[in-house]
Design a protein. Structure first.
Length: 191
């Protein structure tokens, strides 16, 4: 091999490296962002599964309470209306807002339940309350997992140099499932 040929091969190798290394990085980062975005969507689907479980339990819960607490119509109406808003929500943000309102209405309902010792002793009510409590725990676990996926994804799309790739391909920051300020205080039970 001649010296010129070796030099040409070295130059071609350097040019290929200059072209291929950024392309491999771009491909790798893009695929990581897609995988993380899908992870956020999968985590949200798990949250939705648990929210749907709660949504399905509420009518039975409300009907059981109605028999004992007929004069607590306003609280029962709020729970029913909040449940309807959950059913009508379409975007993730609307679903989060509607479910936070439903959680707030359910908290008020639990305060009402405290006023009725006979209701608290009813076997059907106890079973429903246990199922609702279990569902609330599952929602908390799935919400935590969702928020962890959102945190990792948001960190990645904001980190350099992945933020350049994220900006090029339109990856946007995901929203956390946060507890609204009014739910941060425990409901007050009055007898």
């Amino acid at each position: 091999m001649t010296n010129r040929f070796k030099t040409a091969l070295i130059i071609i190798g350097i040019v290929l490296a200059i072209i291929l290394i950024p392309l491999f990085y771009l491909k790798s980062t893009y695929n990581t962002l897609v995988r993380m975005d899908e992870g956020v969507k999968a985590a949200w689907a798990q949250v939705e599964n648990q929210l749907q479980r709660r949504y399905d339990l509420i009518p039975n819960y409300v009907e059981t309470v109605k028999g004992y607490a007929a004069h607590e119509k306003e609280v029962l109406t709020r729970v029913t209306e909040a449940r309807a808003r959950v059913g009508g929500a379409t975007s993730v943000e609307e679903k989060i807002r509607a479910n936070n309102q439903l959680s707030s209405a359910l908290s008020r309902l639990l305060v009402v339940v405290e006023r009725y010792p006979d209701l608290k002793a009813n076997a059907n009510f106890i079973r429903l309350q246990d199922e609702l409590a279990g569902t609330e725990n599952r929602i908390a676990v799935e919400r935590r997992r969702f928020n962890e996926a959102v945190r990792a994804y948001n960190t990645k799309i904001r980190s350099f140099p992945a933020n350049i790739v994220a900006g090029m391909f339109g990856f946007e920051k995901a929203r956390f499932f946060e507890v609204p300020p009014e739910r941060r205080e425990a409901p007050k039970v009055k007898f």
